[in-house]
Design a protein around this ligand. Structure first.
Ligand code: ATP
Ligand code: MG
Length: 236
């Protein structure tokens, strides 16, 4: 890919437009191949029937960081990304933090990818103290999934005919997510209505739920209106 880029970026001299067209096509194919290889490696990595690593982490922090990470991507696509998270709770989940992050990323990316402009994606997280599970919902107002495809979308390489030609992908995002979630004794289900939207619901067992006390002293906003230079050269 870097050798092809060297040519297409003009470092080897001028290339005629026809040749350049084929070189750029080849560069894109290489990028697709790289994506497939990395998805296949991940799919294999999560094929053991247990989490690959065992650590304790706060799922509220994890989901909140994903919301922040995808806010700008959603905005670029003219999609509103909303979140309803229990930010004053600490919900400890035990397992492979990186794997679960990967699974949730795949589901959030799908929600953004399969929702047209001006749509809405909402991420919610709540805990059921009686069952000791937390539930994460990723709700979109997108294209929806036809009823006859709702089981097959979790099969490796399955991609809906409707999107195959116009939206890029490998068809490994959901199979990877399902493997990771079931390895954590969790579940993933989907409900959908065509052209109205889709909801992916994930449940995961948690080990500890604690409420974080609101800080006694509320934070104050400080606004600096101007600055003045002192003799020392420092500004205030
Ligand atoms: P990639 O491997 O890059 O994620 P992909 O998005 O096509 O490719 P999956 O994430 O496994 O693969 O999803 C499988 C199929 O399920 C998609 O091709 C799409 O047809 C359908 N799908 C998944 N999520 C949604 C969604 N939120 N709304 C509508 N269709 C969806
Ligand atoms: Mg996907």
């Amino acid at each position: 890919q870097s050798l092809l880029n060297t040519i297409s970026e003009g470092f080897t001299g001028e290339t005629n437009p026809k040749t350049l067209y084929f070189i750029e096509k080849a560069v894109n194919r290489v990028a697709e191949a790289k994506e497939i290889i990395s998805d296949l490696l991940d799919y294999e990595l999560y094929s053991q029937n247990q989490p690959t690593t065992q650590e304790e982490f706060d799922i509220v922090v994890l989901v909140n960081s994903l919301v922040n990470r995808y806010a700008s991507r959603a905005a670029e696509e003219d999609i509103s990304l909303l979140a309803d998270l229990p930010l004053h709770s600490k919900l400890v989940v035990s397992g492979d933090r990186r794997g679960l992050e990967h699974a949730l990323r795949n589901i959030i990316e799908n929600a953004i990818k399969y929702t047209p402009e001006q749509g809405k994606v909402t991420i919610t997280l709540n805990a059921s103290e009686t069952e000791k599970v937390c539930q994460i919902n990723v709700i979109d107002t997108g294209y929806g999934i036809p009823e006859n495809e709702r089981e097959t979308i979790f099969d490796p390489f399955y991609r809906s005919m409707k999107h195959k030609s116009n939206i890029s992908g490998t068809g490994l995002g959901l199979p990877i997510a399902k493997r990771v979630i079931t390895n954590h004794n969790g579940t993933i289900t989907v409900t959908s209505q065509e052209n109205k939207g889709t909801t992916f619901s994930i449940t995961l067992p948690y080990t500890k739920l604690t409420k974080i006390e609101k800080q006694a002293v509320e934070r104050k906003k400080v606004i600096i209106i101007g600055s003045q230079k002192f003799d020392s050269g420092r500004s205030c």
